[in-house]
Ligand binder design. Structure first.
Ligand SMILES: Cc1ncc(COP(=O)(O)O)c(C=O)c1O
Length: 376
């Protein structure tokens, strides 16, 4: 059946944004500086301000943002880095690119790092943890930061799904933006993200000026100034066209995030009055988190049945992620032979329903009523 409802729709596809996007590209063409020019500088300032920070560093991708974020903490070959076993392969690959060894940790049923297991896996070589804020939520950072502080771990927050998510910090009674709690926040601007460009892009933020300085060097050959490398770096720079486009997208990121939250509420309301024959776990509106619903992820043991019904009704869906890291041959070496029951069960059960700011309540009702066709 022809797709009636797509999984996602990008802001740049909206007619009213296309003129601004085209003008942004034109501006770069006219300026003629294509790498690390005024658009990247302006975007770094503007996105940092959005996060409540004074500065940040545009890089080539979200994967690179994690790698560079770890390198900025001196993470290297021989070090161990804790990472949840239910995460995209990008996160594990980013750790391996530093030369360090990822140590897979099972997750909690709400996609968080299983901190008890993480503690048990600490060794003299454990130097860092990558916390992955999945689907528009945020992991419970206070206890994670407590363990990190006690064991001197470098904390990188993988914020590829977390542009604008806020975490309620009970101790200070303050909301804190995802990406600003660990040592480095690592963002992706892949087109489908809540803040997405028209190609690859990424960003590292930090509260610490020396860390930002290191990140700036690391993204460009380790140069302190041109042709003077004071450390071994990479080539991973956000390009001017992406930065110019992202400046347009950033303007109404808050509004688009609000739309996603409102649509998530509409889903939950529609589900509350629907009769669905198979047990289904819906996303919870966690109290510690001001969610931005990058994805609307349901969990269901009868996933194949759900897929068939959605296919029959022309509703596109995603599976994020069909395999835990422990189930992929590239990462088997990092399991230490341990089982990952929660991560692997999660991979077998998750399904992402359509979620984007331009979805209508009518479409949500269509999707939820389609699911009422499921049979026990
Ligand atoms: C949670 C998470 N981390 C990291 C990445 C990697 O980002 P990028 O594709 O920009 O390299 C992704 C990409 O989809 C992601 O979803």
């Amino acid at each position: 059946m022809k797709t009636k409802i797509p999984l996602t729709r990008l802001w740049v596809h909206e007619a009213r944004h296309q003129e601004a996007a085209t003008n942004a590209i034109g501006r770069v063409l006219n300026a003629g500086k294509f790498v690390l020019g005024s658009e990247v500088e302006a975007f770094e300032r503007e996105f940092s301000a959005f996060l409540g920070l004074s500065s940040g560093v545009g890089v080539g991708s979200g994967t690179d943002a994690i790698t560079l974020g770890l390198m900025a903490g001196g993470i290297q070959t021989g070090d161990e880095v804790l990472v949840p076993a239910f995460a995209p392969s990008a996160t594990a690959s980013a750790i391996i690119a530093t030369g360090a060894t990822p140590v897979l940790v099972d997750i909690t049923p709400d996609f968080g790092l299983d901190l008890a297991q993480a503690r048990a896996l600490l060794t003299a070589r454990t130097r860092a943890v990558v916390v992955v804020h999945l689907f528009g939520g945020v992991d419970d950072m206070t206890p994670i930061l407590g363990v990190a502080k006690a064991h001197n771990l470098w904390v990188v927050e993988d914020c590829a799904h977390a542009h604008g998510v806020r975490y309620w910090e009970k101790e200070t009674q303050k909301w804190r933006m995802a990406g600003t709690m660990g040592d480095v926040g690592a963002f992706s601007f892949y087109p489908t993200k809540n803040l997405g460009g028209i190609g690859d892009g990424g960003f590292c933020c930090s509260m610490a000026a020396p860390v930002l300085e290191r990140l700036r060097r690391l993204r460009q050959y380790g140069w302190r100034e041109r042709d003077n490398s004071t450390q071994v770096g990479r080539n991973s720079r956000l390009d001017e066209i992406q930065a110019a486009i992202l400046r347009c997208a950033l303007k109404d990121l808050d509004h688009r995030n609000d739309q996603r939250r409102a649509l998530a509420r509409a889903y939950l309301e529609a589900f509350s009055s629907a009769k669905i024959a198979v047990p289904m776990l819906l996303p919870s509106l966690q109290t510690h988190c001001h969610h931005v619903f990058h994805q609307f992820v349901v969990r269901v043991a009868a996933r194949e049945q759900l897929r068939r019904v959605l296919d029959d009704h022309g509703v596109e869906y995603g599976i994020h992620y069909p395999r835990a890291l422990s189930q992929q041959s590239a990462f088997k070496a990092y399991t230490g032979g341990r089982p990952f029951p929660v991560a692997e069960r999660t991979a077998a059960e998750v399904l992402s329903l359509p979620m984007h700011p331009y979805l209508s309540e009518h479409e949500i009702h269509y999707i939820v009523s389609a699911l009422s066709d499921l049979h026990a």
